[in-house]
Ligand binder design. Structure first.
Ligand code: NAD
Length: 317
């Protein structure tokens, strides 16, 4: 089986490319990535010479090139996106272009090439925030920032291609992911790397928004299960119940790194900040997935990884 992974040089994509290359030596994995500032081939240095791995530089908005590349591809796992939410408050047009239009182009090229399976990787942010309870896959989408709106727009196009053309697509909506190779712009790597440099850590607003985290190892296993056992046309929430406010997360990181709270620097909040995300996990659990890495264990491992991999993150700051 030949699988095209879009956005495979990014944070989650590179973790999943490595997972597939190592666990499925019979699959041919083709990483298709434009290499924006968030895409980094250094993430895949350890596997770049594996016989079942290949990299192609390309944009998901490039229809002709994709049609050419997809000629002998069996399946697609679509991660490519502008994903750094903070940037979407500045120039959000590129978010709509890569995330919504890019997904449309990819689907059209996939349709023309009779791709057998497509996993569209979306986010729990498409639901908007929820003060109590958890969103099920059937709940309506109410995105609140330009990033999540562009991901929700992409989902609408995916849905229409499934309904209209019956293209074989499955969607996932994941909660916040953390682990190795996360660009030091997101809260965990930013705070950890700042503290390793003995710098203050900028906490948005009062730190009250609540987020839920899943470690890359658990996410990769969930994506594997969705790819192999998921039902075409269905959507699967992927995540954990490890909810934590940004302030409590900050304090936890400080404690684990032996620093006191004087390192916290309260900065302006986002223009709009969802208060809480939460997703119901019964559907992914019913496919046979379960969390194996607790938040505490994952956070300790992640801090250790950033300690041991300064040469990876220092050029990115
Ligand atoms: P990332 O920003 O680290 O990686 C995105 C990758 O896509 C980069 O390698 C980038 O070069 C590439 N890319 C961007 N635009 C492209 C284009 N037009 N053509 C080809 N490649 C392009 O993002 P990530 O955190 O790894 O997220 C991957 C996917 O998972 C995204 O679709 C994101 O919406 C989704 N997601 C992320 C999280 C999270 O917590 N990080 C949570 C839920 C869902």
């Amino acid at each position: 089986m030949k699988i095209l992974i879009t956005g495979g040089a990014g944070f989650i994509g590179s973790n999943f490319v490595r997972y597939l290359v190592k666990n499925y030596p019979k699959y041919e994995i083709i990483n298709y990535d434009k290499l924006t500032y968030a895409g980094n081939l250094e993430n895949l240095k350890d596997i770049e010479n594996y016989p079942n791995y290949k990299f192609i530089r390309g944009d998901v908005c490039n229809f002709e090139f994709l049609c050419y590349i997809l000629k002998d591809i069996d399946a697609i796992i679509h991660f490519a996106a502008e994903s750094h939410v903070d940037n979407s408050y500045g120039n959000s047009l590129i978010f709509t272009k890569s995330n919504a239009y890019g997904t449309h182009v990819l689907l059209e090229a996939a349709r023309k090439n009779n791709i057998k399976k497509i996993i569209h990787v979306s986010t729990d942010e498409v639901y908007g925030d929820i003060l109590e309870g958890s969103f099920k896959e059937t709940d309506k989408l109410e995105p609140n920032n330009p990033y999540s709106a562009s991901k929700a727009a992409a989902e609408m196009i995916v849905r229409s291609y499934y309904q209209t053309y019956k293209i074989p697509v499955i969607m996932t909506r994941g909660n916040n992911v953390f682990g190795p190779f996360q660009y030091p712009e997101k809260i965990i790597p930013r705070f950890v790397t700042n503290l390793l440099e003995n710098k203050k850590i900028p906490l948005h607003g009062d730190g009250s928004p609540i987020r839920t985290y899943i470690h890359t190892e658990d996410l990769c296993r969930a994506l594997d299960i969705v790819f192999h056992k998921g039902v075409i046309g269905e959507t699967y929430n992927i995540g954990t119940q490890d909810e934590i406010s940004n302030l409590d997360l900050t304090k936890k990181i400080l404690r684990k790194m032996g620093k006191d709270e004087s390192y916290i620097e309260f900065v302006h909040d986002r223009l709009f900040n969802d208060k809480r995300y939460s997703i119901d996990l019964s559907k992914i659990i019913s496919l046979g997935w379960k969390q194996e890495c607790s938040f505490d264990e994952g956070l300790t491992k992640t801090i250790e990884w950033y300690k041991d991999n300064k040469t990876w993150w220092e050029p990115l700051k």
